[in-house]
Design a protein around this ligand. Structure first.
Ligand code: BGC
Length: 594
C-alpha cells in the first residue's frame, strides 16, 4: 500500500469516504452533485445510454462525470463502469463480439484475450475504464437465462478463458488499463431451479419488462463446500492470478444465505484465504434484497465484505444510512477505511491518482475494421457443427441456396441479450453484417435470400433450390427473463424448417441461441445442424464456415439436452440423456472427439 493512499485516507472526511464507496446509476445523479460529493463511481446499467446513442455522446457523457469528480475537494477521479460484456455492447456502432458461450465453443484463450483487448480499447474510447466483465459463472442448468454469458460448464475451461479475458481488459503491463470485474461471486451458475426469491424481492425491471422469468437466476445454490470449491471457485483463482481488480458479488444465495451478506464467502474465503487485494462491488440493487430494513441490509453487506455499493438510484438514502451506521457503532470505521483503501488501491494501479493513466483512444475507434474482422473470425470459430448426416456442408460450389428464417438477416437476433438494450432485441439495432450478407458475398446469384420467417412463409411460394439454409433463433433476453423451463424450439420455427425441407434436396439448420435448444423433429429433418450461439454484429463469419472458406472447429462447451430437463419437483421422472456431450463438434466431417 502506498504512502499516497495513507495520506489520502487521512485527509478524507467520513462523508467523502462514504461517497467513495458509492456507485450511482448515471440517471440518478448530475455531474454537479458528483463534484460536490466526491462520488467514487458511476455506472450505465444495461441500456443506460445517452440520447442519441453514439460513441461521441457516450464520451461526452462519461467525460462530464469524470471531469466533475476531478473538481471535487480531493479530486479523486471516479470509475465509470458499464456492461461491456461482448464488446462495448450498449453503444450503437461498437463492435459486438460473440457472447462468451460461443467463445467457449471456440476454446481459444488467445482469441479471448484479443477480443477483450479490442473491447478495452472501444470502452476506454468512450471514457469508461471499467467493464463489468468477464462473467465467470460455471452454469449447471441451461434453463438459466444467463447461460450464454458463460464460457461453458467445465470449470477449467471457464478459468482459462476468464483469465484470458481479464488479461486482455486490464492490459499487458503491471498496471490496469481497463478494470475487469469477475462476476458473480460465487456459484451463480449453481442455483437450483425454482429457488428464486419470491416475494422478498420484486425488482422493478421484472415489472418493467413483464412476462415470465426468474425461476433459477438469483436463486439458491444448494451445494456443499467441496462442490463450491471444485466447480465454482476455480475461475476466481485464475482471475486472481491474473490480477483482477474487482469482483462483483452474486445476487444468489448459498444454502439459503445471500452471498452479499455472507462474511465467510466475501471476507474469510475471497479476501483472506485467496488473498484478493482488489474490491468487491455489489450487484444492481442487490443489497436491498438482503433485508426489508435498509439499515440492516447496508450494515450486513458492508460488514460481510462488500466494498463498493451499486446503489444504484437513491444515493442520498445510502449515504445517510452508512453515516448513521458508523455513528451508531453498527459499522466499524476500520471496515469503511478498508473498503476505501481497496478502491483507492485499484485507482492507483490504474494511474488515476497521479495522472499516469493510459490516454483514452478517440471514439472513432468504435467499430474499427480490424475489430470487426476479429469479431467475424470469432463468429466462425465459435460455430459448432453438431450433425452433418449427408455431407451437406460445406455448401457445394455449384449449388443454389435458399435462405430463410428471421435470424438470417437480423443484427439484433444475432447479437442476443445485453446489446444496446439490457435484454437486446430484434432488428437493425446497430451496424453489422448478417449471415445473409456473408452468403450473398460468397455465393452471388446462387443465393436466394427469401426473407421467409416463422411468421410468414409466403416468400417461399414457388421457390426451390438445391440446398436450404434455415436460421432458427431464440428471441434475445437477459438475466432471469430468460429462465425457461422448456428449451424446445418454438413450434412456428420448426414449421418453417419443415416448409423449406419440402423445397430443397438438402437442408442445413443454423441455430442462433443463448444455450442449447431441444430441436425435436428438426433433428431428423436437417441434414446438417450448426450451433451458432449469439455470434454478434459480424454474423457474416458464419457464412465463412458454411461455404468452407474457414473449416468448422468449434466444440460444445456444455452438453446439449434432448427433450426437457427435469425440475427437482418432478423427480423421479428421469431427464433424458443429452443428445450431444461437451467436446462434441464435427471437424471437416469427422467427430472432434474421435
Ligand atoms: C447484473 C450484472 C450487471 C449489473 C449492472 C445486474 O443486473 O446482474 O451482471 O453487471 O446489472 O448492469
Amino acid at each position: 500500500m502506498s504512502a499516497r493512499i495513507d495520506q489520502l485516507i487521512a485527509a478524507t472526511t467520513l462523508d467523502e469516504k462514504i461517497a467513495q464507496i458509492t456507485q450511482v446509476d448515471r440517471t440518478a445523479i448530475t455531474p454537479e452533485e458528483v463534484a460536490e460529493l466526491g462520488i467514487g463511481s458511476i455506472l450505465s446499467g444495461g441500456g443506460g445510454n445517452p440520447e442519441p446513442n453514439t460513441p461521441q455522446t457516450w464520451r461526452a457523457m462519461v467525460d462530464a462525470y469524470v471531469d466533475a469528480s476531478r473538481r471535487s475537494r480531493l479530486g479523486i477521479p471516479l470509475l465509470y463502469g458499464t456492461d461491456a460484456v461482448h464488446g462495448h455492447s450498449n453503444v450503437v456502432g461498437a463492435t459486438i463480439f460473440p457472447h462468451n458461450l460461443a467463445l467457449g465453443a471456440a476454446g481459444d484463450a488467445e482469441l479471448v484475450t484479443q477480443i477483450a483487448r479490442a473491447t478495452a480499447v472501444e470502452t476506454a474510447a468512450t471514457g469508461a475504464r471499467w467493464a463489468f466483465a468477464p462473467m465467470v459463472a460455471v452454469p449447471q442448468d441451461p434453463r438459466w437465462g444467463r447461460t450464454f454469458e458463460c464460457f461453458g460448464q467445465d470449470p477449467e475451461l471457464v478459468a482459462e478463458l476468464g483469465a484470458a479475458s481479464v488479461s486482455g481488459l486490464q492490459g499487458p503491463g503491471p498496471g490496469i488499463d481497463v478494470l475487469a470485474c469477475a462476476k458473480h461471486f460465487v456459484a451463480d451458475g449453481g442455483t437450483t431451479w425454482g429457488t428464486t426469491g419470491g416475494a422478498q424481492w420484486v425488482p422493478w425491471w421484472v415489472r418493467a419488462y413483464g412476462g415470465p422469468g426468474w425461476h433459477i437466476d438469483q436463486g439458491d445454490a444448494r451445494i456443499d463446500e467441496a462442490t463450491l470449491r471444485e466447480v465454482h471457485l476455480p475461475p476466481y483463482l485464475a482471475a486472481l492470478a491474473e490480477g483482477v481488480g474487482s469482483i462483483m458479488a452474486s445476487y444468489s444465495s448459498w444454502n439459503g444465505q445471500k452471498v452479499h451478506a455472507h462474511r465467510w464467502l466475501l471476507t474469510d474465503l475471497l479476501k483472506e484465504e485467496l488473498g484478493f487485494q482488489g474490491f468487491v462491488v455489489s450487484d444492481y440493487h442487490a443489497i436491498d434484497q438482503v433485508s426489508a430494513d435498509y439499515h440492516e441490509a447496508v450494515v450486513r453487506c458492508l460488514d460481510a465484505g462488500v466494498d463498493m455499493v451499486m446503489v444504484p438510484f437513491d444515493h442520498e438514502r445510502f449515504r445517510t444510512t452508512v453515516r448513521a451506521a458508523v455513528e451508531a457503532g453498527d459499522l466499524p470505521l476500520e471496515r469503511l477505511d478498508d473498503a476505501v483503501r481497496r478502491i483507492l488501491r485499484v485507482k492507483e494501479a490504474m494511474g488515476l491518482l497521479d495522472g499516469t493513466a493510459e490516454p483514452l483512444p478517440d471514439p472513432s475507434v468504435l467499430g474499427a475494421p480490424e475489430h470487426r474482422a476479429l469479431a467475424r473470425r470469432a463468429a466462425a470459430a465459435g460455430a459448432v457443427l453438431l450433425a452433418d448426416r449427408s455431407a451437406a456442408l460445406p455448401l457445394p460450389s455449384d449449388a443454389t441456396v435458399l435462405l430463410a428464417g428471421a435470424g438470417a438477416d437480423d443484427v439484433g437476433l444475432a447479437c442476443g441479450g445485453w446489446t444496446i438494450e439490457w435484454a437486446g432485441g430484434a432488428g437493425p439495432v446497430t451496424p453489422g453484417s448478417t449471415i445473409a450478407d456473408g452468403l450473398a458475398a460468397h455465393l452471388g446469384p446462387r443465393l436466394v435470400a427469401t426473407g421467409a420467417t416463422a411468421e410468414d412463409h409466403r416468400p417461399l411460394e414457388g421457390v426451390t433450390a438445391t440446398i436450404g439454409v434455415v436460421v432458427v433463433h431464440e428471441h434475445p433476453y437477459a438475466e432471469g427473463l430468460g429462465d425457461r423451463e422448456h428449451l424446445a424450439l418454438e413450434p412456428a420455427q420448426a414449421e418453417l424448417v419443415r416448409a423449406v425441407a419440402d423445397r430443397v434436396q438438402r437442408l442445413v439448420v443454423v441455430v442462433l441461441s443463448g444455450r442449447p435448444l431441444s430441436l425435436g423433429p428438426v433433428t431428423d429433418l436437417a441434414d446438417a445442424i450448426v450451433a451458432a450461439w449469439w455470434p454478434g454484429s459480424e454474423a457474416a463469419g458464419l457464412a465463412d464456415v458454411l461455404v468452407g472458406a474457414i473449416p468448422f472447429s468449434g466444440t460444445l462447451p456444455l452438453s446439449w439436452p434432448d427433450g426437457d430437463l427435469v425440475s427437482p419437483s418432478r423427480v423421479p421422472d428421469p431427464t433424458p440423456p443429452p443428445r450431444w456431450l461437451p467436446g462434441h463438434g464435427l471437424v471437416a466431417g469427422r467427430s472432434a472427439m474421435s
